[in-house]
Design a protein around this ligand. Structure first.
Ligand code: ADP
Length: 468
């Protein structure tokens, strides 16, 4: 078997890989991207953020149109789910075609369909089904992402996952009459919110005290007050078994704390479908463990330059578990590219503190930077600027007065260090707040800016002015 030599090999061709591949190729380096899917873009487009939001936006539209019925605007009657799936599939195909064109327009990059594993720190074997190819690379970017974690619950492997709902030509083509979701993290709760609106009777099973672990307590509390109250959320429960029954599934569970702090008796919920949404785990390519790069509980360990303990090996995106979000992977990918181009010295660093997160429930919740909980834990002295949507013109126009905007400033300098939005336009507004935060802006800067009226963004300036 011959060996091909390249400057850079990326393991994966998703968000952690292709921005670097393009940056490096345009600087004249030869790049190979390896991915078993054989297409550019990873799980986000294949079964994650893009297709789930294509369905979510339809559900959100329905949520609004149901409310607008009182003004004589029809909508929200029968849902043609097959057409929603068609729309989702079309979005995915459009984006795949777009990425293909981008790739074709770029010289120096080869996308190989296959599975990569390390033979040594510079040599990888790419298995492409009908054989394999050995590639030697000066640099390697490990961007192999994360995969769905299936917990060891008897029967769990027979259940649905987000893949069954959101991949191209998904196996779920009807809205389940009843849906049990095992896991109250962001995927579980987003799915619960959208399928409840689309018509499923939804029950979420969460083993912790509260859903959305890791999210600021006050935000979760506020979100819960705005979520459709008919979504059944069971916390502190352990699902013991999922059995197939004649017309669906039996979810066997116990309330973890009974009146005396003991487990309660087994209870059973009968549902048509069960979805497992119990988290994701990093995908560590075979052979990585022999290289001495360092692997922690969340994934491959890296410094802020995205470099592992082996200086020519970088790890970007979900595989390092720092901020498992597509846009963070993109930024990390560019950081890795800059540091490869920069040689021995790190010339760019990833700043996790300014990456915005949105939980696309209906309504959504967004946040960036430091949270109130964390500020309190760290004993930081902060000032909070607040704006409630009950006062907001756009929220009133839409008839969605719940939630609002909160900004946290370092006391003294009044530098923006954190922000959150619950409700109207949360996913958009957090971009403006995140940009202000990463640019080091203060309450004075935000207060001076003439945010547009009558848009929810004017609440950002108002929240800042509430302190001045
Ligand atoms: P990230 O956003 O972190 O880059 P993605 O999910 O977008 O994550 O992309 C990861 C990609 O890596 C997926 O498309 C997956 O198929 C691919 N992948 C995982 N393991 C390997 C491997 N050993 N060799 C090549 N590609 C891999």
């Amino acid at each position: 078997m011959g060996t091909t030599s390249v400057d850079v090999l990326t393991i994966g061709a998703g968000g952690g890989a292709y921005p670097a591949a393009f940056r490096l190729a345009s600087a004249g380096l030869t790049v190979v991207m390896v991915d078993p899917k054989g297409v550019m873009s990873g799980n986000c487009l294949a079964e994650g953020c893009v297709p789930s939001k294509a369905v979510r936006e339809m559900a959100h539209h329905m949520y609004r149109s149901v409310r607008f019925r009182e003004f004589g605007i029809e909508g929200g009657s029968a849902v043609d789910y097959a057409r929603i799936v068609l729309h989702k599939d079309r979005v995915q195909k459009t984006r795949y075609a777009q990425h293909q064109k981008e790739l074709e327009a770029m010289s120096n990059i080869r996308l190989m369909k296959g599975h990569a594993r390390f033979l040594d720190a510079h040599t990888l074997l790419v298995d492409h089904g009908k054989g394999s190819e050995r590639i030697k690379s000066r640099y390697v970017i490990v961007a192999s992402g994360a995969d769905i974690f299936i917990p060891p619950i008897p029967g769990a492997s027979r259940c649905l996952t987000s893949r069954d709902f959101f991949s191209l030509n998904p196996s779920v083509t009807d809205i389940p009459e009843s849906l049990a979701i095992v896991g109250g993290g962001y995927i579980g709760v987003e799915t619960a919110a959208m399928y409840r609106i689309l018509g499923s009777a939804v029950t979420v099973f969460e083993s912790s005290e509260e859903i959305l672990g890791g999210v600021e307590t006050s935000l979760v509390r506020e979100l819960r007050s705005l979520l459709d109250p008919s979504i059944r959320i069971l916390t502190e429960v352990s699902v013991d078994e999922i059995r197939k029954s004649d017309c669906g599934f039996e979810v066997r569970y116990r309330k973890r704390r009974g009146p005396e702090g003991r487990e309660s008796a087994m209870e059973v919920l009968f549902v048509q479908k069960v979805m497992i949404a119990a988290g994701r785990h990093p995908v560590i390519p075979e052979g990585t463990e022999r290289l001495g790069v360092g692997i922690g509980s969340r994934g491959i360990l890296v410094n802020p330059a995205m470099q592992t303990a082996v200086p020519h090996i970088f790890a970007t995106g979900d595989v390092n578990g720092i901020t498992p979000l597509f846009h963070a992977a993109v930024r990390q990918s560019i950081v890795a590219a800059h540091n490869i181009l920069g040689g021995e010295r790190s010339c760019d660093q990833f700043d996790a503190s300014s990456v915005p997160t949105t939980i696309f429930t209906i309504p959504a919740v967004s946040y960036v930077g430091i949270t109130e909980d964390r500020a309190r834990e760290q004993g930081l002295s902060v000032l909070k600027g607040e704006y409630r949507y009950s006062e907001d013109s756009r929220a009133q126009i839409l008839g969605e007065p719940g939630g609002g905007i909160r900004l946290l400033f370092e006391s003294g300098s009044l530098r923006l260090i954190g922000g959150s939005v619950v409700g109207v336009d949360a996913g958009n507004l957090i971009g403006e707040i995140g940009l202000a935060l990463s640019g080091g802006m203060t309450a004075y800067d935000l207060a001076r800016f003439a945010d547009q009226h009558p848009m929810a963004s004017e609440g950002i300036g108002k929240a800042a002015r509430s302190l001045l």
